[in-house]
Design a protein around this ligand. Structure first.
Ligand SMILES: [Zn+2]
Length: 494
């Protein structure tokens, strides 16, 4: 009996133990499942926060943006000299409206956040819909049902200079880029004709209609593809100097105003005979004949490789949308195509931004900096959230190469075709370009250069569509911009 009782007791204990284990197992099982689930959730959340969300949030068609904007009031955009360029205000019906105090002046680098988002409004969408006010303030706002104030982005743009460049272009179609060569910071970026982002919704249909030939919404500085004309001779000369060691200095070409090759002819501007020219003089006076001679002598593959190192055929390392500049030179290219390439015509197309970056590289001793439009992110109280430091893209020239090209560019302004760009506030180095784009000989006018020549603070690139020659039209516009920069101490000393 005793044994039986004991057995029963043991059995009971075993059963209880078994049931407890079973219960525990199911609890542990559930815990494991939930644990994994939460770990997965946490991992995904972390991944989303760190990697995916900036991309997802910046997608202009993503619906998450609208849900984020219900809890965070979109932050502002400021110029580097602390002018308000874009801000949001709550309307009586509870919706937010975006205001752009400078209207059309900043429209292209800033973009818009209605009808989709573009430019900086798109690139930093996530930052402006993120709030970095203290956590207790966020909790208070959440309890009170109020929106948290989003962070503001401070650009590298100088409001005074941007307005000046915008006014200098007047009614002319074209673009201006002003950059600090030593940092890559963009101080001004203008594209004309522009549009007023305050009236975007009302003007939308007219802006995108087929009858509108002005392409107002296009940022010509970053997406406008133009034949670079003679500004491209800088890269032709660099390729020639590189390929010919010391002997490039011995090159002489006698210009009678027309370069003739296999029955085809290429005139210098107005058929002007430059006489005997060398590489320096050829750049100063923009002689087509000597550059055609250099182009024919070059190894086409090496030349193309060099142009690709200078970011032809690829997107530029900048936070806003841009179109790759193109060149279709290859080993099968005909001699005539090669001749046209050497003077920046034919198949070569370049954005004003890339032209400014190449000019800046020469000014910066051969080091190309990444172009930069964002300086810092701050919270609503102005407290720093993130500072963006200048970054090198690559060393693309040796110091002697950059010095040589820089000295030649100084000759362009001091004695050659670019005299109209000379500033009373400092020596300018640059290159003119008159790029034909019709059979009738209509020309886009280019000037790209930097100042002061010996100690560059700013690089300026100007293109005026269909306006005439670079020396006559674009150089005087660049001069006014150099005058403004140097007299207002804009740009850093290298
Ligand atoms: Zn010539």
């Amino acid at each position: 009996m005793i044994e039986g009782e004991n057995l029963t007791k043991e059995e009971r204990l075993q059963t209880e133990k078994h049931q407890r284990r079973k219960k525990n197992r199911s609890i542990y099982g559930m815990m494991a499942v939930f644990g994994l689930f939460f770990a997965g959730m946490a991992a995904y959340y972390l991944y989303f926060l760190v990697f995916a969300s900036p991309t997802t949030m910046n997608n202009s068609y993503n619906t998450r943006i609208s849900s984020q904007s219900t809890t965070v009031s979109r932050g502002s955009i400021l110029s580097n000299d602390k002018e308000l360029l874009a801000y949001s205000m709550e309307q009586e019906d509870g919706t937010e409206k975006r205001y752009y105090p400078y209207g059309a002046v900043f429209a292209h680098p800033i973009g818009y956040s209605q009808m989709g988002t573009t430019e900086l409004e798109n690139s930093y969408n996530y930052s402006m819909l993120t709030s970095s006010v203290p956590i207790w303030e966020q909790i208070y706002n959440d309890i009170m049902g109020e929106k948290n104030p989003g962070n503001s982005i401070c650009t590298t743009l100088n409001a005074g200079l941007q307005r000046f460049c915008y006014d200098v272009l007047g009614e002319q179609k074209g673009a201006v880029v002003v950059m600090e060569p030593s940092t890559g910071r963009i101080l001004a970026m203008v594209s004309k004709p522009s549009y007023d982002p305050n009236n975007l919704v009302a003007d939308w249909d007219a802006l995108i209609s087929e009858e509108n030939k002005d392409a107002n919404l296009l940022n010509r500085a970053t997406q406008g593809l133009y034949p670079p004309g003679s500004t491209f001779k800088l890269l032709t000369e660099l390729a020639y100097i590189r390929e010919n060691g010391e002997t490039w200095q011995a090159l002489r070409y006698t210009c009678n105003g027309t370069f003739a090759y296999n029955g085809l002819t290429l005139d210098c501007h107005d058929g002007h005979a430059h006489g005997e020219v060398d590489v320096r003089y050829g750049l100063a006076y923009s002689c087509n004949g000597i550059h055609a001679t250099m182009g024919l002598a070059l190894d086409r593959k090496d030349w193309l490789d060099m142009c690709q190192q200078f970011l032809f055929q690829q997107k530029l390392p900048i936070e806003i949308v841009n179109t790759p500049s193109t060149i279709s030179l290859n080993e099968e290219s005909s001699d005539w195509e090669t001749i046209l390439t050497s003077i920046g015509q034919g198949t070569v197309l370049e954005t004003p931004l890339l032209n400014c970056m190449i000019t800046s590289t020469i000014a910066n001793g051969g080091v190309m900096m990444k172009p930069q439009l964002l300086d810092r992110i701050v919270n609503v109280e102005g407290k720093l959230v993130q500072q963006i430091e200048p970054q090198e893209y690559a060393t693309l020239m040796s110091v002697p190469e950059a010095t040589t090209l820089g000295a030649f560019m100084r000759s362009v302004v001091s004695e050659g075709t670019g005299g109209g760009a000379e500033s009373e506030y400092g020596a300018v180095a640059g290159k003119t370009g008159s790029a034909e784009f019709t059979q009738a000989g209509d020309m886009h006018a280019w000037f790209t250069g930097f100042a002061p020549a010996e100690n560059p603070k700013v690089a300026v690139t100007v293109i005026l569509e269909g306006a005439g020659t670079g020396g006559d039209v674009a150089a005087p516009v660049a001069k006014q911009i150099f005058d403004y920069c140097l007299s207002h101490e804009i740009g850093t000393v290298q």
